[in-house]
Design a protein around this ligand. Structure first.
Ligand code: C2E
Ligand code: MG
Ligand code: MG
Length: 355
């Protein structure tokens, strides 16, 4: 059917149990190593299965069904088999619709950057914010990033969205600068945007156009980015660092957290994942972990932001371990840009009163 796709038609089979047996045999045969120029190569197969007449009888439809099932198998790790069912077609239709909507959203400017304050606990000051994208969908209302970022990544639309976010972030930084605030803004960057979707030269152009210091803009990446293509990621990061931008390592602790990476990659700040902060209590292991991260970061000359701080107990523990920066609902939810000033002032008043 295509480079690595084959169709197998079993005209005489009626019992689904028999199909399962045949498929298992096929997978087993394909799993045996192929010896190519003395090198044994291990293959695996993903199988999508559709039944006639249960799922339809015309060939194009059967092929489409089988491919939908196959795509689902591959998306969930491959080397498995799955029977077609109508929910797969519904999911594919939903996805197609959402992709169209996303394209339209880019053209019609339906995105918005919400800002969540990041607090300097030493100075009890809002030192900046993380930019978190929202989609004002004409029918569905405000859509959260977890619903559309994965699709935007798969389709490559994240590149246009990312350039829009960069532009918007620079405008925000310029506004803060005009108002006399010395604040930082961090932008989330997906692996798919690295390196050519968000070239360091374009990032530099954007801040220059807006008259903003590169040092005030941070790019948040996750460890996955570093692992996927280390060489590419490293040169992209170095190019940004040379131009004065900051790099934050997001969701720290959830990935491989290979410590040797911290030495090799030019990272300014570790953002401790909110799952650790959530489960933190007086004597738990999560508390010990955060404490260790804070100590290690200090040794390496990096900053630490604790994400997802939701209550005063967590804040107290973080202060006690001298974690300097924090972010979370306890201070403020992500807010539309025009509400940021009020949120920042409210936080500072509250911290000033209680400390
Ligand atoms: P992230 O970068 O780790 O962002 C932190 C997420 O935690 C945000 O979710 C934020 O609203 C949420 N959060 C903040 N404080 C708390 C708290 O106290 N408790 C809890 N439970 N959650 C808290 P959000 O805004 O839904 O964003 C989800 C993810 O989407 C982000 O995770 C980021 O990976 C991605 N994302 C957001 N904006 C962008 C963007 O502009 N570009 C790209 N590529 N990804 C983005
Ligand atoms: Mg982030
Ligand atoms: Mg995070």
């Amino acid at each position: 059917l295509g480079g690595d796709r084959f169709a197998l038609v079993l005209p005489e089979v009626v019992e689904s149990e028999t199909i399962d047996q045949i498929m298992a045999r096929l997978q087993k045969a394909l799993a045996k190593p192929f010896v190519i120029e003395d090198t044994p190569l291990q293959m695996h197969a993903s199988l999508g299965i559709t039944l006639c007449p249960r799922d339809g009888c015309d060939i194009p439809r059967l092929l489409r069904n089988a491919e939908l099932a196959l795509d689902r198998v591959k998306a969930s790790g491959g080397n498995n088999r799955l029977y077609y069912d109508p929910s797969l077609a519904e999911a594919a239709e939903f996805r197609r619709q959402m992709e169209n909507d996303l394209r339209q959203a880019i053209r019609q400017n339906e995105f918005e950057l919400f800002l969540q304050p990041i607090i300097d606990l030493e100075q009890n000051l809002t030192t900046g914010a993380e930019a978190l994208i929202r989609w004002r969908h004409p029918k569905q209302g405000l859509v959260q990033p977890d619903t559309f970022i994965p699709l935007a990544e798969e389709t490559g639309l994240i590149e246009d969205i990312g350039l829009w976010a960069l532009e918007t972030a620079c405008r925000q930084l310029a506004e803060w600068q005009r108002a006399g605030h010395d604040r930082y803004l961090s932008l989330n960057v997906s692996g798919r945007q690295i390196p050519s979707g968000l070239p360091p030269t374009r990032v530099a152009d954007a801040v220059a156009r807006h008259g903003v210091e590169p040092g005030h803009l941070a790019l948040e990446i996750t460890e996955g980015v570093l692992l996927a293509d280390t060489v590419k990621a490293l040169s992209w990061l170095n190019a940004l660092r040379e131009r004065g931008f900051r790099i934050y390592l997001d969701d720290f602790g959830t990935g491989y957290s290979s410590l040797s990476y911290l030495k090799r990659f030019p990272v300014d700040t570790l953002k401790v994942d909110k799952s650790f902060v959530r489960d933190m209590n007086e004597d738990g292991s999560d508390r010990a972990l955060i404490e260790a991260v804070v100590a290690m970061a200090r040794g390496l000359g990096m900053n630490v932001v604790a994400e997802g701080v939701e209550n005063a107990t967590q804040l107290g523990l973080l202060r006690a371990m001298t974690c300097r920066y924090a972010q979370g609902y306890h201070f403020s939810r992500p807010v539309p840009a025009d509400q940021f000033e009020v949120a920042a002032r409210e936080i500072e008043a509250r911290l000033g009163r209680h400390d």
